[in-house]
Design a protein around this ligand. Structure first.
Ligand code: PLP
Length: 388
């Protein structure tokens, strides 16, 4: 037996365990203080009624001989693929059904897609970054290069032609920074990919938070993207499916063999998303479902605006908070990320996530999220105003 020694190259992440330890310690020593958590990376609002009703109905179908379902199609039921196809029409993107693959969430497919690519490819990843892109490639022994996201490019880096990459990860709106690429920037990215015969792995998990026309919801809104991009999306943040698990991946036919390879990969290694969950997901795309999920997204976005407006008032540099549940701020007084974490916990009892945990370029920055309650967000921001 030879184990995969590439796992030795993974950095241990102590980010969330260290945060939990520090917060617990503080809570024990200061039982009278109310701690407000603005570091939550998970949704907090329940599934909407349209989804719940559809899932209840599907559960009942499973109990009846005539409507019981066993294994479903690995790529997803046509009723859900059609719902996704229609959703993309809102953004003037026409997809064939066989380009749409229903997944159990974006994270799995972001990792699984790598089965289609040789280990000898060079991968380009923005830094700071959602750690999954880096770790999945390191596990396979691929060469990972970083492009610097920083204050100068407002955390929206683009590869330049001096860099040669075969696979490029882009997440927009971004986790952890909340920054979102506009049409012109994405057109540049597509041009680079076409010139370099590269594939863009486009993570659109937060597209539902976009509010301006100039920020594309899908990379396929950009001319030429079908020839160089695969898109990953998820109902996790769109509709509160983090625990329910459903997403979709678009592999265009224009990518040649990759579409059929993905069919082969999925039919070999995946047995599909539960029928009950897919019925719930279908309900998200109905008129009623869309209206109901909007209420929750607007709730989070209102929190994000309160945070962003407060930071502006305090003169604290930040990005995000508009098309995203995340706000990425520069630590005041040139504090380092962990220094600011400790300072904020001690002086305002507000918890966020140190940017340094998302990569080298995150040092000196800090992530706040809007998934908390309105009241707590408001109170946390009052405390910010007192401090800064
Ligand atoms: N992509 C990004 C950028 C994320 O932040 C997350 C979750 O936090 C995911 C993908 C994973 O989403 P899912 O729940 O669909 O696996």
């Amino acid at each position: 037996m030879k184990r995969n020694a590439n796992y030795d190259n993974l950095e241990q992440s102590y980010l969330f365990s260290t945060i939990a330890k520090k917060v617990n310690e503080f809570a024990q020593n200061n039982p009278d203080k109310k701690i407000i958590r603005l570091g939550i990376g998970d949704v907090t609002k329940p599934l909407c009624p349209a989804v719940i009703n559809a899932m209840h109905k599907a559960v009942d179908e499973m109990s009846v001989q005539e409507t019981f379902r066993g294994y479903g199609p690995e790529q997803g039921y046509d009723f859900l693929r059609t719902a996704v196809q229609n959703y993309y029409k809102n953004y003037n993107v026409d997809l064939e059904l066989d380009e749409i693959f229903i997944s159990d969430g974006a994270k799995s497919d972001l990792g699984n897609i790598l089965d289609l690519f040789d280990n000898d490819n060079t991968v380009l990843v923005p830094n700071p970054v959602y750690p999954v892109y880096v770790d999945t490639n390191l596990m396979a022994g691929r060469n990972v290069k970083f492009i610097d996201a920083n204050e100068e490019n407002e955390f929206l880096p683009l590869p330049d032609n001096s860099v040669k990459a075969d696979l490029i990860y882009i997440c927009s709106p971004n986790n952890p920074t909340g920054a979102a690429y506009n049409r012109k920037q994405l057109a540049e990215l597509v041009k680079y990919a076409l010139n370099n015969n590269a594939i863009i792995l486009y993570d659109a998990a937060y597209e539902a938070f976009i509010e301006d026309n100039d920020i594309p919801h899908s990379i396929f809104e950009i001319d030429g993207a079908r020839n160089c991009a695969i898109e990953f999306c998820s109902l996790s943040k769109t509709a509160g499916f983090t625990g329910t698990r459903c997403g979709y991946t678009i592999v265009p036919n224009a990518l040649g063999k990759l579409n059929k390879m993905w069919v082969r990969r999925q039919t070999t290694k995946f047995n599909g998303v539960p029928y009950i969950v897919q019925r719930g997901a279908e309900a998200v795309f109905t008129k009623e479902g869309m209206k109901e999920i909007r209420v929750n997204i607007d709730y989070y976005k209102k929190n994000a605006k309160i945070i962003s407006d407060t930071l502006k008032e305090c003169g604290i540099w930040h990005v995000g908070g508009k098309h995203s549940p995340y706000i990425w701020l520069k630590c005041p007084n040139n504090m380092k990320s962990w220094e600011f974490f400790d300072y904020l916990l001690k002086n305002a009892q507000v918890v966020g996530t140190p940017g340094a945990g998302f990569g080298r370029n995150g040092e000196g920055f800090f992530r706040l999220t809007s998934f908390g309650s309105y009241e707590n967000t408001l109170e946390a921001m009052e405390r910010f105003k007192q401090l800064f």
